[in-house]
Write a protein that binds this ligand. Structure first.
Ligand SMILES: [Zn+2]
Length: 316
């Protein structure tokens, strides 16, 4: 047997096996792709979002305390690191979250005053979270309109103030709000948010997408777009989503090494990803951990937003 024969013989024997392995690998990849397609997830990587710049003025419009961290905790840290000006406005104090009040007050029937106290607690937690993200206190603004009624306020053209089913009040009860005593009407809410937008003069606004299933979220996002366009603002608007159904974000719990995938219900948006450094992921988790009242009742859902990136979609 020649040397050539010795060297080629094993290769000749291996060739069919290698061919079979390659075929199997191709089939496995096809199965994987098909499975992903069935899940409605795209396999193509999302384009990278332009990071914030020093000249940017970034305003997060958060319907509730905790949304600022869930949607944008990483973005805010990057903006601060870049030297940008950052601000957060909370539309409500999250004062209708009965399950939270049930756990906090240890009663099955939380009182209206208990829900108002819950609102004060949640806003204190949100301040602590925003502090960790680097948002100056002067740019942490509470409007204090009624939780779970933002949509109703904006859709009902009633001049009579709405009475919150939860706290029982018809005007902003929080002393630290932008305008304590503002009646709960759609026009007052518009006026309050417009004042923040004019005063802050954002170049970038991060707001809830129309596809977000929580009515306070999609209504506050739509209001932000309406006010910005009415004032001829040149701010770029980026959408985020927090509520997209029980199956998103999957898996639940803390998976800081994974990326966040776009939810099925908003596949049509042009999603972009903002990769986060390990320190920014840790900073986001530290901010989230300030939201004690929320973590007591839904920690696995909240933790699922702490990933190695955040995703945003430019408003069309
Ligand atoms: Zn929310």
């Amino acid at each position: 047997m020649s040397l050539a024969a010795i060297s080629t013989a094993p290769c000749a024997r291996l060739a069919p096996k290698l061919g079979a392995i390659a075929t199997l690998a191709a089939l496995s990849a096809l199965v994987l792709l098909t499975a992903r397609a069935a899940n409605g997830r795209t396999t193509a990587p999302l384009p990278q979002m332009a990071p914030p710049r020093s000249t940017d003025r970034v305003l997060v419009i958060a319907p509730h305390p905790d949304d600022e961290t869930l949607c944008c905790g990483g973005y805010l840290q990057q903006a601060v690191a870049a030297g940008a000006t950052v601000g957060v406005v909370w539309i409500t104090a999250g004062d209708s979250f009965e399950i939270d009040a049930i756990v906090t007050e240890r009663t099955l029937r939380p009182k209206a005053s208990g829900l108002e106290q819950l609102g004060m607690r949640r806003i204190a937690e949100a301040h602590a979270a925003a502090d960790r993200l680097g948002v100056p206190r002067a740019q942490q603004i509470l409007l204090g309109f009624p939780d779970r009624d933002v949509h109703a306020l904006l859709l009902t053209p009633s001049a009579a103030p709405l009475r919150s089913r939860y706290t029982g009040v018809s005007a902003v009860p929080y002393a630290e709000a932008l305008h304590p005593g503002s009646p709960y009407t759609g026009s007052e809410l518009r006026r309050n948010l417009q004042e923040v937008i004019v005063r802050f003069a954002p170049t970038i606004v991060l707001a809830a997408a129309p596809q977000d299933r929580h009515p306070d979220h999609n209504a506050s996002g739509a209001l932000a777009v309406e006010l910005l366009r009415a004032s001829a603002s040149k701010a770029r608007i980026y959408y985020w989503i927090v509520h997209a159904g029980h199956e998103w974000p999957a898996p639940r719990g803390l998976h800081r090494e994974r990326p966040l995938l776009p939810p099925k219900i908003a596949r049509d948006l042009s999603w972009q990803r903002l990769p986060l450094s390990d320190a920014q992921v840790a900073g986001k988790l530290a901010a989230l951990n300030e939201h004690h009242t929320q973590l007591r009742v839904m920690s696995r859902f909240l933790d699922a937003f702490v990933r190695n990136d955040e995703i945003f979609a430019p408003a069309p």
